[in-house]
Write a protein that binds this ligand. Structure first.
Ligand SMILES: O[C@@H]1[C@@H](O)[C@H](O[C@@H]2CO[C@@H](O[C@@H]3CO[C@@H](O)[C@H](O)[C@H]3O)[C@H](O)[C@H]2O)OC[C@H]1O
Length: 446
């Protein structure tokens, strides 16, 4: 679960805690369990398959396997939803890649690492790394015979600040050895450092050192987001930029003759409630970006996994209808969250930019040497850092309890109604996106 996907503010662990506070442990657990059940069921798999797609990447949180207060003890229901999703996909003929989307302590400072901090503590504590290796051993043991699991995406978007990426390489070595001691057959998918774009410090002998391994880039194109430098029109210059950025990300694999996979990519979309009559024209441009990226991938016979399948209406192939109990309940809250730009992903900060600008200016004017303003990760400028800390963490923290308060006094039947809003039957389809995906999925198979 992520904030822009499900509508809550902040991180998953925060809303789980807040909801337990409001409803009690048992009812909160009931809600999240029902949410996961409805989020992906057989009709979802059938729809996905109907587009001609044959593999889905399933993002999992390490907390499904291990409770932080009870380390190295496999949770009783650790595989309940993952087994369910993988077996539903297998039944309709879809392969799955298991993606470890969060690591203990956080493998990056992004909200999606579910750590609630901009410091990626995973790299600082051996203890956190040991835990994740142990979790992978449990997963490999569980799925080593499964024919429909295509492989293991060991760590989503690592961001190891070490200048030589030494801790990431050491962790991949450990995870590789541990998994391979149990399961030699499933492929491993290793993301590059710094949000799956940088392989420059990967070992020279990777091809032999890490057998049966693909290397995952995440190819988000700047033109697919509200902060695009200019409206995308598919000009030759713009297409060249798309291609060059992508080529740069995969250049290390190309030099070494290694297998590349695009594990995440895809534009976000405008919404009528926030973008008004601009919505359609913005989205037409976004579909153009999508298509032009697919042209590049198809020419290269590159396999990809679109981000993402389902959400509340920003990026998903299917999205929860506004007429559902969940969306009606949170209508005003979501609008406020949007206007305050509390989520980082594809943010639109027009209402609040000027409020945070003095902090940006203060930081810039207080640091004497300009080069000292460049901290890791490089794509977090001073502006971006201020955004992450003051809005997506500080502001979000205050909204977490508010989100949970909406549930106060609800019984299981009402919670079920809310969770069910995420079921395929209550979702709409993003036709523009699905049409393009279908077309390319079929052309790829020819
Ligand atoms: O969970 C996902 C999460 O995996 C994803 O993370 C972001 C991916 O994009 C990163 O920035 C890109 C880095 O490469 C440049 O070439 C692109 O232009 C940038 O967009 C960003 O820092 C990550 O947080 O985001 C969506 C989440 O739902």
């Amino acid at each position: 679960m992520e904030n822009f996907i499900s509508g809550y503010p902040g991180c998953e662990f925060q809303i789980r805690e807040a909801l337990a506070e409001v409803l009690g442990e048992q009812k909160a657990e009931f809600f999240f369990d029902r949410f996961l059940e409805h989020f992906f069921a057989e009709p979802d798999a059938l729809f996905f398959k109907s587009l001609g797609l044959n593999c889905i990447r399933i993002a999992v949180n390490y907390r499904h396997f291990q409770d932080d207060m009870n380390p190295r003890v496999l949770r009783k229901e650790a595989f309940k939803h993952l087994d369910r999703a993988i077996n539903i996909c297998a039944k309709v003929g879809i392969y799955t890649v298991i993606d470890m989307h969060t690591a203990p302590g956080g493998q990056s400072g992004g909200w999606h690492a579910d750590a609630g901090s901009h410091i990626a503590a995973f790299w600082q504590h051996r203890h956190f790394q040991d835990s994740l290796v142990w979790i992978w051993e449990q997963i490999a043991t569980h799925y080593r015979e499964h024919e429909w699991v295509a492989g293991y995406n060991v760590l989503n978007e690592p961001a190891d600040p070490h200048p030589q990426h030494a801790r990431l390489i050491a962790f991949y070595d450990r995870a590789y050895t541990a998994i391979r001691a149990i399961d030699t057959r499933h492929a491993l998918f290793l993301d590059g450092n710094t949000f799956a774009v940088d392989f420059s410090k990967f070992p020279e002998d990777a091809g032999v050192r890490w057998a049966n391994t693909a290397y995952a880039i995440h190819d988000y194109a700047i033109y697919g987001f509200p902060n695009s430098p200019e409206p995308y029109a598919g000009t030759e210059e713009q297409k060249t930029l798309l291609r060059n950025t992508y080529k740069r990300k995969r250049s290390w694999m190309d030099q070494k003759g290694l297998c590349v996979w695009n594990g995440e990519w895809g534009p976000v979309y405008a919404r009528t409630e926030y973008d008004g009559d601009q919505t359609e024209s913005i989205n037409e441009r976004r579909y153009m970006v999508l298509k032009d990226q697919l042209d590049i991938y198809t020419k290269d016979r590159l396999s990809w996994s679109i981000w993402l399948y389902k959400d509340i209406g920003f990026q998903g192939m299917v999205y929860v209808s506004r007429e559902t109990p969940y969306m009606e309940l949170f209508k005003n809250f979501l609008e406020r969250k949007h206007n305050l730009a509390v989520d980082a992903w594809g943010k639109d900060d027009k209402y609040v930019k000027s409020i945070y600008q003095p902090i940006v200016d203060l930081v810039k004017s207080s640091v004497s040497d300009e080069s000292k303003l460049k901290l890791y990760p490089p794509l977090w400028s001073v502006e971006e850092r201020v955004t992450r800390l003051s809005r997506t963490m500080l502001m979000a923290e205050f909204l977490v309890n508010e989100w949970a308060e909406y549930f106060r006094g609800m019984d299981e039947a009402q919670l079920e109604e809310l969770a069910k809003s995420f079921s395929f039957e209550q979702c709409l389809k993003r036709d523009g996106l699905n049409k393009v995906l279908r077309e390319y999925a079929h052309s790829w198979q020819k």
